[in-house]
Design a protein around this ligand. Structure first.
Ligand code: SAH
Length: 439
């Protein structure tokens, strides 16, 4: 350790800032935020007497000789001094700071690279929940009340890192308050928590910040086959990964088994993430799982994800609505619980609409037949997007007439969507950029 990281109380104390540079302004602003009274002196006016009765000094005059002179006065007066961009003249250095409403992280590379410190700060920013400050205040309010609880440290760990903490972080303060009072009254029940999390269409960069944070804290992750392997790389190293995928022709878990597995892990006190492709509430059975887990008396939360239609649209340049071409967009599935689903094909066949068909590839001939019977034009554009947003994404553009042949070309690929409507013809707009990049 080259420096001692400390947090200094400055309320009611005076700190000196010398110079009128932007760096000096920034230091003065920070000092004021930390409650110091700031003595601001211009470079032309500074004297050794300015160092009387100050606890800290920042120097940024923009003049190297003057900087050194003032630093010398500070040292003689035993006032710790920081000279901007002159580590050799500094008694202390300034960290990169993350301030989330009172929860503060200070990052330093010991002066080796301020840029690296800033990059690290961005990562810390991304990793810190937006409401972490609320959580700190919440904990402070119950600190006295929790004094008498047995195993106090473990109690706090479970509170802040468990369902109650999640409620606060999700902005459900009133609920958290009630749960906290109940928890204080009964002590700890040792139950885990379940998050039903949308993993998005495949590209890990499309995870939400909350999904990423939960992946990095989960004890157990129960995931579908649909979840791209690149996303599982973001899981905590020692998390238990369980594939409960439903893939044709392979052993796979039935929905009842999945439900039972989720509850079993939660009852064992684990933080369970049920990770699903796309969004859990769009053709994802997230609703059934949520109901089951809550009925078992276990805290459960849902984290939305980018559904395949939105991911594929963005990745291929197909705007799902368009002022001239599409006034509405509808997501339908080609697979129902009991055979063919009941879909309003006449609405889908009308011009000026976009229809996105999930799980439709193997049903392509029937989709075409239904659309034609409902009066759609044979030449209506369609696009098939296969493994959308993934590195091996494939896109084909055709018409309703050629849909079965187009689908056959994609057989054996990954998950695929069919997009029907005038906007599908715009897919090419998204492609040249990729091709241009490759050439
Ligand atoms: N809950 C998911 C959908 C699950 S149903 C979501 O919101 O996206 C499974 C279907 O989703 C697949 O058959 C396919 O039609 C579609 N799908 C999922 N990921 C996809 C991807 N990366 N590219 C294209 N289609 C995808």
């Amino acid at each position: 350790l080259d420096h001692l990281p400390i947090f200094m109380a400055l309320h009611g104390k005076t700190a000196l800032v010398v110079g009128g540079t932007p760096a000096a302004d920034q230091r003065a602003g920070l000092l004021a935020r930390a409650g110091a009274s700031v003595r601001r002196v211009a470079a032309e006016a500074v004297t050794a007497a300015d160092l009387t009765d100050v606890v800290l000094a920042f120097v940024a005059t923009g003049n190297a000789d003057l900087d050194r002179l003032v630093a010398g006065w500070a040292r003689a007066a035993r006032v710790p001094v920081n000279v901007v961009d002159r580590p050799d003249l500094c008694d202390f250095i300034m960290p990169a700071i993350v301030d989330r409403d009172g929860v503060v992280a200070a990052i330093s590379t010991g002066g080796a690279s301020p840029t690296l410190a800033r990059l690290l700060r961005e990562r810390v920013e991304a990793a810190l929940p937006a409401r972490i400050g609320d959580l700190a205040k919440f904990a402070a309010r119950f600190r006295t009340a929790a004094k008498g609880v047995a195993h106090r440290m473990r109690f706090w760990e479970r509170t802040l890192d468990g369902p109650i903490g999640e409620m606060v972080l999700a902005g459900r303060a009133a609920e958290a308050e009630i749960a906290m009072r109940a928890s204080l009254a009964r002590g700890d029940d040792g139950q885990g928590v379940v998050h039903i999390v949308g993993a998005g269409p495949g590209d890990p960069e499309l995870l939400t910040l909350r999904a990423l944070r939960l992946l990095q804290r989960a004890d157990v992750i129960l995931h579908d086959d649909l979840v791209a392997p690149a996303i599982l790389d973001y899981a905590r190293r020692d998390a238990e990964l369980v594939s409960v995928g439903k893939r044709k022709g392979r052993h796979s878990h039935k929905q009842d088994e999945i439900n039972a597995l989720i509850v079993e892990h939660a009852r064992a006190g684990k933080r369970v993430v049920r990770l699903k492709g796309g969004d859990p509430f769009v053709f994802g059975r997230g609703g059934e799982e949520l109901e089951y887990v809550r009925a078992a008396g276990i805290e459960a939360f849902v984290v939305p994800g980018i559904t395949a239609a939105l991911g594929c649209a963005a990745a291929t340049g197909i705007p799902l609505t368009h002022r001239d071409l599409a006034q509405s967009v509808t997501f339908v599935t080609a697979h129902g619980r009991d055979g063919e689903p009941d879909i309003d094909w006449r609405a889908a066949a009308r011009p000026g609409q976009t229809t996105v068909v999930y799980m439709g590839l193997s049903q392509a001939p029937r989709v075409r037949d239904r659309l034609l019977a409902a009066g759609i034009q044979l030449s209506m554009p369609v696009a098939i997007v296969d493994r959308g947003t993934r590195p091996d994404q494939r896109v084909s553009i055709g018409t309703v007439g050629s849909l079965p042949a187009l689908a056959a070309q994609h057989a054996g690929g990954g998950p695929a969507l069919i997009i029907i409507g005038e906007v599908a013809a715009l897919a090419s707009a998204g492609l040249p950029a990729r091709l241009a990049e490759a050439s």
